[in-house]
Design a protein around this ligand. Structure first.
Ligand SMILES: Cc1cc2nc3c(=O)[nH]c(=O)nc-3n(C[C@H](O)[C@H](O)[C@H](O)COP(=O)(O)O)c2cc1C
Length: 377
């Protein structure tokens, strides 16, 4: 009979440890798991810097009984702080070497923030916020230096199409039924994510130029269209080819239920005709900027693009919105991306404006007339 291979253990390479008041916490930011532990856990984890068998730990810590050490190892494995040689590694841990120059600071922030629960029940959210005001008044969104010398400014120019579009951009949460025009969708994609020009910079290669700026002109953000109700396009998920201005079908079919799942139960958004998932190909920015601060650059770029999208949609007379409450893993899975080299960051969406409804009421997820809104799958 062949001898069974000995199981070895090794510390995960993606651990962060910190104190939360008196509690010592260990987190694996790749798997999203962690635990409160006694300081001895640090000794155990340090011991397993390389693959080692249980017996080696017994020899290293003879003051502890083998059964207590075995139990401790089991717990560390359960919380994915230790890896076992006979188990497959978590896919995010496998892909993580791509982030080596940004970890742990940016990786800890990015990966522990994935798949967070979101309160989509507005009544409960309202009660929660009211509770906050009992604790502390809501902060005002502006600042004044009352004692500083004041210079009065002329009013901002507001005539013309540009400022009309800027000032009329709003977040819409109600949409009219009916198909989004293909020409409008193409304008939205092209003016927001499309490559406007290429600039050759020998010996590096070509840099893309878009309507939004990009750190190092590396343009890490990709756009994926989730089409539910668009003229001339079957419902499904498409990648937007930014250089050739075309859609590449990745997955057929789309329902309101699925769209609602993508935005963690915010059913008001699932009435929109289309979403655009913005992902980041982190490796583009990581290639040049090999320090964690560059993660900020990527997030900021997604913001630029989303505002452009909202402004273009407003200009077209459509109803745009954006949300960061999204089911990261589900979206990454449906896009077929690993969440590490490329992962979703932001969701924008668009629909037709409801007729005869002004923005103030249409920005509310609930119809103020009390009519029950139709929500179909
Ligand atoms: C990063 C970001 C995330 C947002 N997430 C949500 C969201 O999850 N759900 C939602 O209904 N609105 C969301 N919004 C929209 C804001 O609620 C909205 O911008 C804000 O109420 C101001 O209204 P306005 O956009 O019409 O000016 C988000 C906006 C931003 C910039």
């Amino acid at each position: 009979m062949p001898k069974a291979k000995k199981v070895l253990f090794r510390r995960s390479a993606f651990l962060v440890s910190y104190w939360n008041d008196a509690e010592l916490i260990f987190e694996n930011y790749a798997t999203g798991k962690g635990a409160i532990a006694a300081p001895i856990a640090a000794e155990l984890l340090s011991f397993f810097s390389r693959w080692r068998p249980t017996e080696a730990l017994f020899r290293h810590l003879p003051q502890y009984s083998p059964s207590s050490l075995r139990a401790a190892i089991r717990e560390l494995v359960r919380h994915s702080l230790l890896q076992r040689s006979d188990r497959k590694r978590h896919p995010l841990e496998q892909a993580m070497p791509a982030w080596k120059d940004w970890n742990p600071a940016a990786g800890f922030f990015h990966f522990t923030g994935r798949d967070l629960p979101f309160e989509a029940d507005l009544l409960r959210m309202g009660r929660y916020m009211e509770g906050l005001t009992h604790e502390k008044a809501m902060p005002v969104p502006v600042k004044h230096y009352a004692r500083a010398a004041q210079t009065l400014l002329p009013p901002p120019r507001e005539e013309g199409e540009f400022s009309r579009v800027l000032t009329s951009r709003r977040t819409w949460r109600r949409f009219a039924d009916g198909k989004l025009k293909l020409a409008d969708l193409a304008t939205l994609l092209g003016l927001t994510w499309g490559v406007r020009a290429w600039v050759a910079v020998p010996p590096l290669g070509r840099f893309a130029v878009k309507t939004s700026p990009s750190g190092g002109a590396l343009h890490p953000i990709e756009a994926y269209l989730v089409a539910r109700d668009v003229e001339g396009i079957s419902p499904g998920i498409y990648h937007y080819d930014a250089s050739r201005h075309r859609l590449e079908l990745l997955r057929r079919g789309m329902t309101r239920d699925r769209m609602s799942d993508y935005v963690i139960g915010q059913r008001w958004f699932s009435e929109a005709a289309a979403f655009v998932f913005m992902t980041a190909e982190f490796t583009r920015t990581q290639w040049k900027y090999r320090y964690p601060r560059a993660y900020r650059v990527v997030l900021t770029e997604a913001g630029h693009l989303c505002q452009t999208f909202c402004l273009v949609a407003t200009w077209l007379g459509l109803a745009p919105f954006c949300t960061m409450a999204m089911a990261d893993s589900k979206i990454d899975r449906d896009l077929g991306i690993d969440g590490v080299r490329e992962g979703v960051l932001y969701v924008a969406g668009v629909g037709k404006r409801p007729a005869g409804v002004d923005w103030k009421t249409a920005s509310l997820p609930i119809d103020p007339t009390g009519k029950k809104r139709r929500l179909r799958g």
